[in-house]
Design a protein around this ligand. Structure first.
Ligand code: FAD
Length: 499
């Protein structure tokens, strides 16, 4: 049996016995009737995020999205008024960005108000001297990037979900993009946030981050997945579009050589904007589908960029030396360029999975000391977690590198799952559980950039330890004593996140 218990409608401190028509009327008095949906229409138009969990529940007529009301505020003051109302009525609130999350985090699975942040998408301030920008959370990532590009600027946060994801959702889920190895994950892009707390207070955190004024409170909201406050503005850093991009591709005889090359590159101070190392399965069956280059072994794609072409070329040349020194054969650089041009096609048909398939990505991260064992243990655990009869495939690449380590991105797929919901969930969870526990036991962290959501909440205590989770719960209880925001998410419910 599937032993996972996610919080459901009406659990925790928040009420479920309110009259949703009255609630809708009170919300409409704040944002205007045209920006409120109620009842079945609210659930039909906002069916939840893009996780397999969401799709499979909806497919079986048991949707995770059970909001009573959807509200689309247009200002921080309106968000604050909604939070005051929700606190007074003890009604749950779930913020929604672009709905592209893959862990079920943005589902209003406890009912109440779904706060659609998509109408708050203004650029509040652009500082061309400091290259910073204050933008509202509902701004779509691709739209933001396109607008910046037209001015010769770039955000450098390129998630594969850019066409759906919002800036607020990227911050709340602590996302990462394909250029993270040089420019960092979203936490490195965020300088400051404005948030509305559950009680309705508006907090504007210092404009300049990470200085001697106590703990870095801005980062408390990065990765908070909506449980601590509603992000209503984000100040991010920008840069100019680079003058030069230099691509490369290398074939390795084994993953260990590729990892060692990556380690030498990162620990020697080189900063490729892109460095993606595909294991043999992923090179042959995923990357090769897009670049059509007859790949038959572990393959690394790199890209260096910058404003100074000679520096870019020098970095690329040293990277080549390091890779060849590890036994790599240099491939045609157009492989890297083709990957860059097609980097988003993997997320659309015929590449993207859909029901009746079962799928999930179990990205995990560790330092260089543990990374090979992390790869081996996690991928083996996933393969051994279910009967071979299900035809599980696991394809892995390492796509985000740090000075101290890297991450693995094992994507699993099952061509067709069981017909009933319980068995399908159980099968999914057997693979997820095996991967999450293997990552933690291998000295790693069970997720790199997709967040916890509903999917990984059952394993957060193993990850943080009981005292670590208790600390988070104290924070939640102090900020949101009524458990109004995303009740039970991040395993922060009073009894551990279970109903
Ligand atoms: C095909 C595909 C590819 C993907 N590729 C990547 C990738 O390359 N990198 C990556 O990092 N992720 C990726 N993702 C996952 C997803 O796009 C990210 O998690 C993204 O950051 C979610 O943004 P969103 O606006 O869609 O957030 P949502 O899914 O709407 O919400 C995510 C979480 O943030 C909370 N939230 C949203 N807005 C706010 C706010 N204003 N205040 C407080 N909390 C808020 C929600 O309550 C929820 O907990 C991918 C997803 C898909 C489907």
């Amino acid at each position: 049996m599937n032993d996972i218990k996610w919080p459901t409608y009406g659990t925790f401190g928040a009420r479920s016995d309110f009259d949703s028509r009255e609630l809708a009327a009170e919300v409409a008095a704040i944002v205007g009737a045209e920006r409120v949906l109620q009842g079945a229409e609210a659930r039909r138009q906002y069916p939840g995020d893009m996780s397999w969990l969401t799709y499979i529940h909806a497919h079986h007529g048991k949707p995770l999205a059970t909001q009573d009301v959807v509200a689309a505020p247009t200002s921080t003051e309106e968000v604050a008024a909604i939070m005051k109302l929700a606190t007074r009525l003890r009604v749950p609130v779930t913020p929604l960005g672009g709905g592209s999350g893959v862990q079920g985090a943005a589902n209003a699975n406890c009912g109440g108000i779904l706060l659609n942040m998509g109408r708050m998408k203004r650029v509040r301030h652009l500082d061309l001297l400091s290259l910073t920008c204050t933008v509202e959370p509902g701004m779509n990532v691709k739209e933001f990037e396109d607008d910046l590009n037209a001015q010769g600027l770039t955000f450098t946060h390129y998630p594969a979900s850019a066409e759906w994801a919002s800036i607020g959702g990227c911050v709340a889920a602590r996302g990462s993009g394909v250029l993270s190895t040089k420019y960092g994950t979203i936490q490195d892009h965020v300088l400051s946030v404005e948030v509305v707390l559950p009680g309705g207070d508006i907090v504007q955190l210092p404009e300049v981050p990470r200085h001697g004024v106590g703990p870095e409170v801005t980062q408390l909201f990065v990765g908070s997945e909506g449980v601590l406050g509603v992000i209503t503005a984000v100040k991010v850093k920008l840069r100019r579009i680079p003058a030069r991009r230099s691509f490369g591709a290398f074939r390795f005889d084994g993953l260990a050589q590729g990892i060692e090359a990556g380690r030498r590159i990162m620990t020697s101070g080189l900063r490729p904007a892109v460095m993606r190392l595909y294991d043999k399965d992923a090179a042959m069956h995923s990357l090769n589908r897009a670049v059509d280059a007859g790949l038959d072994s572990e393959t690394m794609v790199v890209m260096f960029d910058g404003d100074h072409p000679s520096l870019v070329d020098a970095e690329a040349a040293i990277c080549r030396e390091i890779c060849v020194g590890q036994g790599a054969r240099e491939l045609d650089a157009t492989i890297g360029e083709t990957w860059w041009d097609k980097r988003y096609v993997f997320y659309h048909p015929p590449y993207a999975p859909q029901l009746p398939q079962i799928w999930c990505t179990m990205d995990a991260v560790s330092d260089f000391t543990h990374i090979e064992a992390l790869y081996r243990n996690v991928t083996c655990a996933m393969r051994e977690s279910i009967d071979p009869v299900w035809g599980l495939t696991v394809r892995t690449h390492l796509s985000h590198w740090f000075e101290w380590g890297s991450m693995i991105y094992p994507r699993f797929g099952i061509p067709k799952g069981p017909d009933d919901l319980e068995s399908a969930l159980e099968l999914h969870d057997r693979v997820v559980r095996a991967a999450a526990l293997a990552a933690i036991e291998s000295g790693g962290v069970m997720n790199d950039h997709h967040g916890v959501g509903m999917r990984l909440a059952p394993y957060l205590e193993q990850q943080l330890g009981s005292t670590g989770l208790a600390l988070l719960r104290h924070l939640k209880a102090g900020i949101d004593p009524g458990q109004i925001l995303c009740p039970g998410k991040l395993a922060l419910g009073p009894d551990g996140g279970a109903a």
